[in-house]
Design a protein around this ligand. Structure first.
Ligand SMILES: NC(=O)c1ccc[n+]([C@@H]2O[C@H](COP(=O)([O-])OP(=O)(O)OC[C@H]3O[C@@H](n4cnc5c(N)ncnc54)[C@H](OP(=O)(O)O)[C@@H]3O)[C@@H](O)[C@H]2O)c1
Length: 312
């Protein structure tokens, strides 16, 4: 008998007692503004209460508008949803952090954020150009600011009460360790690519030890085909437990103790991706034995996003 009640509502405590993150998160990396609004509304309607945004996605206004309308229509309180956004690479200089944060907050139409992440550990040339390039087309990095400098500016946002928690994204274990050692406010969350082809077990273990929430993106392998959604182990389990491959992958992620972000773009898929059920232990073990290894998103190596559309 499969229990369907708990996984959907699971909330993971953040360190320092600063609240809880709903394990099932909706990601807003959606190129089209109208689709952003509809998909965000549908996700809220389906039951998602965790929304992941970013300055770099270029659609914080649309997400904010959809959330405000949805909260009002469904009489949901702001405190009942969890909203994250991210500081982009061209804003790593400490003096740029608070203005970037305030601009995101304003676009989202919110008074506070639940979580603010450094989008990648790579600092780009400071300025309004989000994708600075030299004459040869190479990214212009900023060598005059360290990740710790940026982290300290993030800490001061928490101190001033506009942001409940801070964390990092697209970070390796080697880059995370020194921040955890020297920070006065430890990272509450790390957001990285993770799925059965990239389980990131060592990073997950470290996060467990330190009480850092591990937040997986690409739990469906970015929906790429061929890929995870068609993996014979996943489809075999899906047939056995009478769920879809997507539901199996999402349940696996939550049951191994991570939070996740998924981006269904239709109401039907939002309902499908929210409607996950506990998998039996042998199914989890079978997934853990998958040998294929594949990283889909190279952002962790360069800071250049793999899946961001050009705005305007
Ligand atoms: N920190 C970072 O650098 C970073 C990088 C990437 C993503 N993210 C975050 O993670 C979020 C999740 O993005 P993701 O690409 O990783 O999401 P995902 O859910 O793994 O993949 C989304 C893709 O899967 C498809 N899909 C969704 N539900 C499905 C279902 N039930 N059955 C079959 N296909 C399904 C979608 O297809 P359709 O388009 O056809 O609906 C889409 O192509 C983003 O929105 C963003 O918030 C962060």
């Amino acid at each position: 008998m499969i229990d369907s009640s708990d996984l959907r509502m699971k909330r993971i405590p953040l360190n320092h007692g600063i609240g809880q993150m709903p394990a099932l998160g909706f990601g807003t990396l959606i190129p089209d503004p109208a689709v952003t609004i509809a998909a965000t509304r549908d996700a809220l309607e389906a039951g998602f209460r965790h929304f992941d945004c970013a300055e770099r996605y270029g659609n914080e206004r649309e997400v904010g508008r959809a959330l405000q309308a949805g909260l009002a229509a469904k009489r949901i309180a702001r405190e009942d949803i969890f909203v994250t956004t991210k500081l982009w690479n061209s804003n790593h200089r400490p003096e740029r952090v608070e203005p970037a944060f305030e601009a995101s907050l304003d676009r989202l139409g919110l008074k506070y954020l639940d979580l603010y992440l450094i989008h990648t550990p790579f600092a780009f040339r400071p300025g309004d150009d989000q994708d600075p390039r030299d004459q040869n087309g190479n990214v212009v990095y900023d060598r005059d600011v360290t990740l710790l400098d940026t982290w300290k500016a993030m800490e001061s946002l928490v101190d001033r009460g506009k942001c409940r928690a801070i964390g990092l994204s697209d970070i390796s274990l080697d880059e995370l360790k020194p921040i955890c050692e020297s920070a006065s406010i430890k990272p509450a969350v790390v957001q990285v690519e993770a799925h059965p082809y990239l389980p990131e077990t060592e990073l997950l273990e470290f996060c467990r030890e330190k009480g850092v929430v591990f937040l997986a993106f690409a739990p469906l392998g970015h929906g790429m085909k061929p890929g995870l959604l068609e993996d014979p182990v996943i489809s075999g389990i899906a047939a056995r437990v009478r769920k879809t491959p997507a539901q199996v992958l999402l349940a696996w992620a939550v049951q191994r103790g991570t939070a996740l972000l998924t981006t269904p773009k239709s109401a039907a898929r939002a309902r499908e991706n929210f409607d996950i059920s506990t998998l039996p232990e042998d199914a989890l073990e079978e997934i853990n034995r998958i040998q294929t290894r594949q990283r889909l998103n190279q952002v962790v190596k360069t800071g250049v996003p793999g899946f961001i559309p050009h705005s305007g």
